[in-house]
Structures are given as structure tokens and as C-alpha cells.
Ligand binder design. Structure first.
Ligand SMILES: C[S@@+](CC[C@H](N)C(=O)[O-])C[C@H]1O[C@@H](n2cnc3c(N)ncnc32)[C@H](O)[C@@H]1O
Ligand SMILES: [Zn+2]
Length: 283
């Protein structure tokens, strides 16, 4: 068995059928529950556990590639370090909701050698990468705002990093999968995140108060701490374009138009990274 599917087999300890919530077992080419609901494992090593009726496709290839390049520059290293620091030493299972390529999850697994992880995401290009991001990390296609294909009280650390929360339903699902003593780590942008780009390029604005909203987002969890991660990065025009096109602006704006606007700018461009890392604990 390949290293990729090993991590997936290990994750069957916490995964469940998205249709009937029964446990899953490996069968030829996929996984199956007792009620014989069958789900494929893609050749790249991620399983598809989408419930019925999900149209979510998540981030596109250009968005995923742009985020990979940004993360490779070190611009998000301080965020990753703050996330890893919040994972309890004794944690056994981590789930990263909207975990993308698994970059943050892999950093936490590096810091916690006994921890196993699972990335849930709707984006196929992100999952292809997540399946190979770390030997102890499994990747599963799922629309997490419709339901989380993970067993009750089985998760010790849940991450939600720059990913939408899915409202009350999402919060209830997240609460359901948390084990007693579990930590939830939510990373949200502050209003001045990327401010040097937002105003001149007419980008989507980040509303203030997202950290407070995140801190109160799970009724059964206690707010432990909020850590501000703020720094200035100096980037090239191409890197500035990636900062714009790795996020939700990519769904609204034309890449060439942003690139043309940036052509006038003088390098290096100073850009503020301002996020809050919000940590909640379940008693
Ligand atoms: C801004 S990216 C962040 C990715 C990752 N957490 C990181 O920081 O590198 C948001 C992610 O949420 C995923 N996503 C959006 N809607 C989703 C949904 N309904 N279910 C699962 N994933 C979703 C996207 O595909 C994307 O990978
Ligand atoms: Zn089933």
C-alpha cells in the first residue's frame, strides 16, 4: 500500500459514511459502509465523501497555485507557527476544515509527531496536493458546510484557516466531532489585511469583527485566546498578484486586469499581513 493510502486507511478510525453515518472500510478502489454506500478513492489518493446535493467545487487550479507560491515565500510562516503552538501535545487527531493543500495541517503534524491528520476540502486540485502533503495526513473531498463525514467526539484539534464557517449548521457539525478537551483554531483576516492592495485595486473588503465572531462561533466551546499575527512583507508585482488571486477576489476579478494595474507599481511592494488566530477549547 502506498504512503498516501496508508494515511487514508488510518483516517478510517474517525471517518464515517456521509449518507448513513456508519463506519467505513477499505474495499477495492474505494471505501464502503455496512449499508454498502461506496465512495471512490482517486488515483491521487484522496477519497470522495461528498453527501448528496453538494455543488461546492472550492478553489480553482490558479487559486491553489497562487496560494502555494505565497506559502512558499514564508509570508504565512508566522501564522503556521501560531496554529501549531495551539495544538495540545496529547492530541491524536487533527481535522482541517477547508484545509486546501494541507500546508497548515502538515506544519502542525511536523510539530506533533504522535498526531494524525485529515484535510477536508471541496477543491479537487487542492486535495490532489493535500493527499501528498504529509505521511500522516489523509485528504477527503467533502462539502463541510453540508456535513462533516467524521464521527462524533473523535477530533482533538480542528483547524479552520481562511475558510468559511458554514453558519450555524457548520458550527453544530464542528461541535459534534470535537472530543472533550478539544481545541479549535480559527484563523481570520483583520480589516487591514492586505490593506495596501485592497484600496488601490478595489478588492473585496474584510469586515471588522471577524475574530470576535469566530471566538463566539461554537456555543459549547470556551474562548481560550486570540493572538494577532501582524507583519509587513515586501513582495514583487508577481507576488502581489498571487496575494490577490489566491483568495476570494479570484471569483470576482480578472487576473489580467489586476496584473495590468500592478504593472505601474514600484517593487518591492510593502503589504500588511494582519490576521487573528482564535483558539477555543471544549470542556
Ligand atoms: C482561502 S482557502 C484556504 C485553504 C487553507 N486553509 C490554507 O490556508 O492554505 C479556502 C479553502 O476552503 C475550501 N472550501 C470552500 N468552500 C468549501 C466547502 N463548502 N467545503 C469544503 N471546502 C471548502 C476551498 O476549496 C479552499 O481550499
Ligand atoms: Zn452509508
Amino acid at each position: 500500500m502506498s504512503r498516501v493510502t496508508d494515511a487514508l486507511t488510518a483516517a478510517l478510525a474517525i471517518l464515517e459514511c456521509p449518507l448513513c453515518r456508519e463506519a467505513l472500510e477499505r474495499v477495492d478502489g474505494g471505501v464502503r459502509c455496512e449499508a454498502r454506500h461506496h465512495f471512490d478513492i482517486a488515483k491521487q489518493g484522496y477519497a470522495s465523501l461528498r453527501g448528496g446535493g453538494s455543488a461546492a467545487t472550492g478553489d480553482t487550479v490558479p487559486m491553489v497555485e497562487a496560494r502555494e507560491r505565497v506559502q512558499a515565500t514564508g509570508a504565512h510562516d508566522a501564522i503556521a507557527a501560531a496554529i501549531a503552538a495551539a495544538a495540545p501535545e496529547s492530541a491524536r487527531w487533527l481535522v482541517d476544515l477547508g484545509g486546501g493543500t494541507g500546508w497548515h495541517a502538515a506544519r502542525v503534524l511536523d510539530a506533533r509527531p504522535a498526531l494524525h491528520g485529515l484535510v477536508l476540502d471541496a477543491s479537487v486540485p487542492a486535495l490532489r496536493r493535500a493527499a501528498r502533503a504529509h505521511p500522516r495526513l489523509a485528504a477527503v473531498a467533502s462539502d463541510v458546510w453540508k456535513g462533516i463525514p467524521v464521527a462524533d467526539a473523535s477530533v482533538d484539534v480542528a483547524l479552520r484557516v481562511f475558510a468559511p464557517g458554514g453558519g450555524e449548521r457548520g458550527a453544530a457539525e464542528l461541535e459534534r466531532i470535537l472530543a472533550p478537551g478539544a481545541r479549535v483554531v480559527i484563523v481570520v483576516p483583520e480589516a487591514d489585511h492586505h490593506r495596501e492592495l485592497v484600496e488601490p485595486l478595489g478588492l473585496l473588503r474584510v469586515p471588522a469583527g471577524k475574530a470576535e465572531e469566530a471566538a463566539a462561533s461554537i456555543p459549547g466551546a470556551r474562548h481560550e485566546a486570540t493572538t494577532a499575527v501582524t507583519r509587513t512583507v515586501r513582495v514583487s508585482r508577481a507576488e502581489a498578484l498571487d496575494l490577490v488571486m489566491m483568495g476570494p477576489n479570484a471569483f470576482h476579478r480578472d487576473r489580467d486586469e489586476i496584473a495590468a494595474a500592478l504593472d505601474e507599481w514600484i517593487e518591492p511592494i510593502a503589504v500588511t499581513i494582519a490576521v487573528s488566530v482564535v483558539v477555543l477549547t471544549v470542556d
